[in-house]
Design a protein around this ligand. Structure first.
Ligand code: IPM
Ligand code: MG
Length: 352
């Protein structure tokens, strides 16, 4: 029986997850064995049990095939010590606990949203790319701390050969299934970890003679994403650069509210929107639930190989757009602006 752990979390996570669950329940209605278990996580869990990633939540996740996560964090918990903050304790905690080393962030320009992009139409109309971000090592997970004399703070950036190899394999395999072009992004002009990464990339490339590997510096990659984004097909990069570059890439498609993210390891997959908990708009029924709904589609694709169901959900979203419905973040004058719940209604209606 497929089991899914459902972790709405904080802020708009509480609003977008119910819409994603309605979609999920609708598409599996003929599959009575699907089991969803809702758990607390993030600031909501700190408030209830004093910990952002409670044991009980971890236990449920461990017994599941996939995890759906809304978002965690918010101003209420910003002053906690780093390791106790929802982002670190819950999100990074889950990534570490389940060995989720590969983060897949697809950025595709949907024709209906061309005018929602901050860039000119001709720059973005052919954008269809995947960012493969290393997710369980590097700067995020190296030793970190403070020193007193003189006062300083540090985060150690370290990558093992195994960590670099396995993410590059994901990059090459992803490219192999698409255009057979892989762009590895680093900062090899400055960082030793990047020079190490580049050497390994060139070595792994020998196993994929059909894939054309190129290298690009991260700062240039940021610029190229804005100047000429359609040159990219699959980009593979480390944890920090992947974080920055995927936020930049997300707005090409109109809004970060459309960007979903699949975090994969050897076993359980975690699916979440790439945006955060957006405390500034939480509780107003205006958040875009589509990245969360697309995350459900992504779960069907990656964790359950149910491409049929994933396609169905994505087609329903296309239909909603074709009918002129938008949430505020992607609306242009003349569009019909829907709230979070009403966008859920529209997707369900398109699925029916
Ligand atoms: C992301 C987010 C997280 C990250 C934060 C919330 C810790 O920005 O998933 O991109 O930096 O990885
Ligand atoms: Mg980010």
């Amino acid at each position: 029986m497929p089991k899914i752990a459902v972790l709405p979390g904080d802020g708009i996570g509480q609003e977008i997850m119910p819409q994603a669950l309605r979609v999920l329940k609708h598409v599996v209605k003929n599959l009575p064995d699907w089991e969803c278990t809702e758990c607390i996580v993030g600031g909501a869990a700190i408030d209830l049990v004093g910990k952002a990633l409670p044991e009980e939540t971890l236990k449920v996740c461990k017994k599941s095939d996939a995890i759906l996560l809304g978002a965690v964090g918010g101003p209420k918990w910003d002053n906690l010590p780093g390791p106790e903050r929802p982002e670190m304790a819950a999100l990074l905690g889950l990534r570490k606990a389940f060995g989720l080393y590969a983060n897949i962030r697809p950025v595709k320009m949907m024709p209906f949203l061309l005018d929602a992009s901050p860039l000119k139409r001709e720059r973005v109309e052919n954008v269809d790319m995947i960012i493969v971000r290393e997710l369980s090592s590097g700067l995020y997970f190296g030793e970190k701390g403070r020193k007193t004399d003189p006062p300083s703070g540090y985060d150690v950036m370290i990558y093992s050969e195994e960590e670099v190899r396995r993410i590059l394999h994901v990059g090459f395999k992803t490219a192999q299934a698409r255009s057979k072009r892989l762009c590895s992004v680093d900062k090899a002009n400055v960082l030793e970890t990047s020079r190490f990464w580049r050497e390994i990339a060139n070595d792994v490339a020998k196993e994929y003679p059909d894939v054309q590997l190129s290298h690009m510096y991260a700062d240039n990659a940021g610029m190229q994403l804005v100047l000429h984004p359609s040159q990219f097909d699959v980009m593979v990069t480390d944890n920090t650069f992947g974080d920055l570059l995927s936020d930049i890439a997300s707005v090409l498609g109109g809004s970060i509210g459309m960007l979903s993210s699949a975090s994969l390891g050897n076993n359980i997959g975690l699916y979440e929107p790439a945006h955060g908990s957006a405390p500034d708009i939480a509780g107003q029924n205006i958040a875009n639930p589509l990245a969360m709904i697309i995350s459900v589609a992504s779960m069907f694709r990656h964790s359950f190989a149910r491409h049929d169901i994933a396609d169905k959900i994505e087609q329903a979203i296309d239909q909603v757009f074709a009918a002129g419905y938008r949430t505020g973040d992607i609306a242009k004058p003349g569009d019909q602006v829907l709230g979070t719940k009403e966008m859920g209604d529209a997707v369900l209606a398109a699925l029916a």
